[in-house]
Design a protein around this ligand. Structure first.
Ligand SMILES: [Zn+2]
Ligand SMILES: [Zn+2]
Ligand SMILES: [Zn+2]
Length: 292
């Protein structure tokens, strides 16, 4: 049997079991949109965050195209794409599941100590831990750990082994306030002390004051704009991005002060301080490792 037929066969099997599927291409990512859907000019699909009316018959809009309809999965348009697919993807949220994606052995070791045992599936370098229940998806909740559920896709690597259990609070807690909703009013009073970056804390930095300051302000604006959700993940990304600019500096560059400003920005939009600090610390150290 060719791999294309195997993928289609697997996909039909999953769809019949109520797991929405989509084809993934090289890089294990969804195929690009067709011309009519390019850059979302179609408005996007009805299940997306900004609901649109797209009814494109091709597997456009990544996870949002995932379906359990065998007539779609088996349609000539989709079959042509299965022929170019490298693997089968699925939409965990659509199957009422949450995948904790552990990227490497260190992340797996952490999960074994910290999370309730459930069904696990081996991946290239790590494991997927699959829980019954739905939550928001979050990248980099810790180093090497992503949560994939709503509005997300995961690679199908087989049914795995072990008894699946209900999504535990320990996993929801990884996503911080984005899954818990704190009381209003606590936010402002708990703003951490904020030092401001300037040359006196960055005696070994190769960049101009203006360069560092503009980059930092842009990053803080990004974090503060995430008033609905995602500020923690954004803080991680901003910390990593800004720290990466200094991997060539002899230092010190005042990265701890920059980190403190990012934490304050995240806390100002409601991220709990311990969670914000962890995201920023992880972001800063991810940049260091990226340079090594
Ligand atoms: Zn399309
Ligand atoms: Zn479309
Ligand atoms: Zn520097």
């Amino acid at each position: 049997m060719s791999t294309a037929i195997t993928h289609l066969h697997t996909a039909l099997h999953l769809a019949a079991a109520g797991v929405p599927v989509l084809p993934l291409r090289v890089g294990k990512v969804p195929f690009g949109n067709c011309r009519a859907c390019a850059k979302n000019v179609c408005g996007g699909r009805p299940n997306m965050k900004r609901a649109g009316t797209c009814r494109c018959p091709a597997p456009c809009h990544a996870w949002a195209a995932a379906t359990i309809d065998r007539n779609v999965v088996n349609s000539p348009l989709w079959v042509a794409v299965w022929e170019r697919a490298v693997c089968v993807g699925y939409h965990p949220g659509g199957a009422r599941l949450t995948v904790v994606d552990l990227d490497n052995a260190a992340a797996v070791a952490w999960a074994r100590e910290s999370l309730p045992a459930t069904r696990t599936v081996a991946t290239t370098r790590g494991e997927h831990w699959i829980y019954r229940g739905v939550m928001g998806s979050h990248n980099a909740v810790r180093v090497g750990v992503d949560i994939k559920s709503r509005m997300s896709y995961a690679r199908w690597l087989g049914p795995g082994a072990g008894r699946m259990v209900d999504l535990p609070s320990a996993v929801r807690a990884l996503a911080g306030r984005e899954e818990t909703t704190p009381a209003r009013g606590e936010v402002v009073s708990s703003l951490p002390e904020r030092a401001t970056w300037d040359r006196t804390v960055a005696t070994g930095c190769r960049h101009t004051d203006g360069y560092v300051r503009i980059g930092l302000e842009r990053g803080l604006t990004l974090v503060r704009s995430r008033v609905e959700s995602g500020a923690g993940s954004q803080a991680f990304g901003v910390a990593r991005f800004l720290a990466a600019q200094h991997t060539g500096c002899p230092g010190p560059c005042g990265l701890d002060v920059i980190g403190g400003e990012i934490v304050a920005a995240a806390v100002s939009v409601g991220v709990p301080e311990p969670y914000a600090r962890r995201a920023v610390t992880n972001g800063l150290s991810a940049a260091e490792r990226g340079a090594a």
